[in-house]
Design a protein around this ligand. Sequence first.
Ligand SMILES: Cc1cc2nc3c(=O)[nH]c(=O)nc-3n(C[C@H](O)[C@H](O)[C@H](O)COP(=O)(O)O)c2cc1C
Length: 324
Amino acid sequence: MTITLDSFRLDPPVLLAPMAGITDLPFRRIVARFGAGLVVSEMVASGEMLTAKPSVRAKARSELGLDLPSSVQLAGREARPMAEAAKVVADMGAKIIDINMGCPAKKVTGGASGAALMRDPDHALRLIEAVVGAVDLPVTLKMRLGWDEGQINAPEIARRAESAGVRMIVVHGRTRMQFYEGRADWGAIAAVSEAVSVPVVANGDIVDAPSARMALARAGAAGVMVGRGAQGAPWRLAQIAAALYGAAPPKLPKGAGLVDLVSEHYEAILGFYGEQVGLRLARKHLRWYAEVAGAALVPEMMRAQTPEAALALIRAAFSERAAA
Ligand SMILES: Cc1cc2nc3c(=O)[nH]c(=O)nc-3n(C[C@H](O)[C@H](O)[C@H](O)COP(=O)(O)O)c2cc1C
């Protein structure tokens, strides 16, 4: 099964979720190399995008070096800056633009963007129409089930978004008020799948092939999106794709291969952000790799002050371990 968005085929329909501070270009490149139908950037604030701050623009970079479509996600609350930012992102090479209507963070919803847009569907629609009208690229939407249990309006918004030209809808099966608590309700996504004819993608708590299979079935979805399940396991989407869609199974790195992968990711982070910021940002990825591979994470690795020290510790920690 494939999701088609204009000339882009999201094949297999196993997509990497946007995650702020995580799905930067170095991580997306590695996930894409193992195999995924689409990778999505972390959210980029439309207002900041227009200020041309280099660190913000870097979030919207999407040159994967592979023949795979890359989507850039925009967050914002006003139609005009969103439309302008969409043009900038398109000029930078994005192939697909995603609108963030799911972020629950107070910093974001307090500014009436992210999931807060779901409380005001008329306003949300004006924003969607502005973005769709601004670019000649497929525009997709990522949202939650609604603001809270009393306002489950994802099906209604999806229907209206489809009429406005949105080409694919991802639904995280929680309300905004749930944040990340409880379990994602994949069954509740089915009402969205029934409401529209564009592809609907299920998201939330999909971490392996069995959960992906169950989410697809319950949601009646055209594909799945995986976020936290790929942390420390950039091969996870490819494993799911192999089990569900018969894609070639990924070659799981072990021993020296795992050391090479983690080291490559580490060096890519340092190259992308510079050494000072990179050393700090890389730590969470090292922690996740260690958790997934069952490696002992020595405190020195978290405190390493030079790349050479960190790389030596990576070698010691992962050379006897295997991806899982
Ligand atoms: C650290 C973190 C950052 C996130 N950043 C974004 C974001 O920038 N844009 C967005 O739409 N969702 C964001 N999300 C939500 C994820 O895309 C996804 O919907 C959610 O984590 C549920 O999927 P999962 O259970 O597979 O992780 C973020 C989630 C996490 C944990």
